[in-house]
Design a protein around this ligand. Structure first.
Ligand SMILES: NC(=O)c1ccc[n+]([C@@H]2O[C@H](COP(=O)([O-])OP(=O)(O)OC[C@H]3O[C@@H](n4cnc5c(N)ncnc54)[C@H](OP(=O)(O)O)[C@@H]3O)[C@@H](O)[C@H]2O)c1
Length: 332
């Protein structure tokens, strides 16, 4: 199929630091070369999408551009033997939605080695409730476990817990049998976190040390940090002997005000998480855990479904730190 017309959210640069968004008609002929053409059924909203949609050149160099780092849908054409028309697939990360037209268009065309078969047990829609945020949460738990943290070893902390990565990390850890403590800036969302299976909810202030001490009372067997800055530094200083801390985000700050003592006196490990270029073998393993043992029972608690027209409002909300759970974009 060639030259099919479709709708997409297009971000255009209209002047220095001026960007506008609108829904436009595009053609599949405008999509880059690639082996797999996918009719997008669902996408999702991640923090990185909001940056791309508002002209952040660290994420997207050239405009006009269609954001959307996540997409699930059905293969329409494939020149790669691994995929055939009708296959249900998903794509998260790589360059999708960054400098390659993304999931906020009804079609994407991508290299075959970016594409994952939809794992059994997940619908196209549910896979995008997870999307990059959920995959990042699951990858964080996977890496923590690889480094020796298992249920029964003590409390694990999730920061930014009502956000996309945080809420799914909290849900997965609870499902896997961990004692989960969640830190949040949204006191009114305590019940949501308890419903996801969290044991205790603490405030951002409680999760932020003001003493400046090099080591704090040892509490966490593991930490999934999604915010960076003082909260991450406090979590590292509060990790137990041989505790494991994962780091994926910087919504609070990209700085990490800490010295080496937690690492050399308590043997704490700090693991970096990069979901975008996660190798395909690990990617498939993590998606099958998401769809299997780690599948969250109450995904509905954290899901808001919108269409392309509803994105503007949600982009502003996520940039203000107000996102709760996951926003799924229905592209059907
Ligand atoms: N490395 C990777 O591969 C990867 C993948 C996906 C995302 N990320 C990054 O991970 C971070 C989280 O992404 P997300 O999609 O979960 O974003 P999100 O949905 O906006 O969630 C972020 C959460 O962090 C908390 N927060 C916001 N502003 C804060 C502040 N100033 N100080 C402390 N906490 C604050 C809020 O939760 P509470 O109100 O509950 O505290 C917010 O809901 C982002 O930095 C994103 O770029 C990285």
């Amino acid at each position: 199929m060639s030259g099919k017309t479709f709708r997409a959210l297009v971000v255009e640069e209209t002047g220095e630091n001026k960007f506008i968004r609108s829904i436009k008609s595009r053609s599949t002929d405008d999509l880059p070369a690639g082996e797999v053409l996918i009719r997008v059924h669902h996408s999702s909203l991640n923090y990185k999408d909001a940056l791309s949609a508002t002209g952040n050149k660290g994420v997207t160099k050239n405009y006009p551009h269609t954001p959307g780092i996540d997409a699930s849908g059905i293969v329409e054409e494939s020149t790669n033997k691994g995929f055939k028309p009708g296959d249900e697939v998903l794509v998260t990360g790589y360059d999708l939605g960054a400098n390659t037209p993304g999931g906020y268009g009804e079609y994407i065309r991508v290299p075959a080695d970016w594409v994952v078969m939809l794992p059994k047990g997940l619908s196209l829609g549910d896979s995008m409730v997870y999307g990059t945020a959920g995959f990042t949460a699951a990858l964080s738990v996977h890496k923590m476990e690889e480094h020796g943290v298992v249920p029964g070893m003590g409390e694990v902390l999730v920061t930014g817990a009502t956000g996309g990565v945080g809420s799914i990390a909290a849900g997965i850890l609870a499902k896997a049998g961990y004692e989960v403590v969640a830190s949040t800036g949204k006191a009114d969302q305590k019940q949501l976190l308890l419903d996801l299976g969290v044991k205790e909810v603490i405030s951002r202030e409680d999760a932020t040390d003001a003493s400046g001490r090099a080591l704090l009372k040892a509490r966490w067997a593991g930490v999934v940090d999604t915010v960076g800055g003082d909260i991450l530094a406090t979590a590292i200083k509060s990790a137990k002997q041989h505790g494991v801390v994962t780091c994926c985000g910087n919504v609070a700050s990209a700085d990490l005000p800490i010295n080496v003592y937690p690492f050399i006196l308590r043997g704490v490990s700090l693991l970096g998480i990069d979901s975008a270029y996660c190798p395909m073998d690990i990617r498939k393993k993590v998606w099958s855990k998401i769809a299997g043992d780690w599948k969250i029972d109450r995904l509905d608690l954290i899901t808001t479904e919108i269409t392309l027209a509803g994105l503007d409002e949600k982009i502003e909300l996520i940039l203000r730190g107000g996102q709760k759970g996951r926003v799924v974009v229905n592209m059907k």
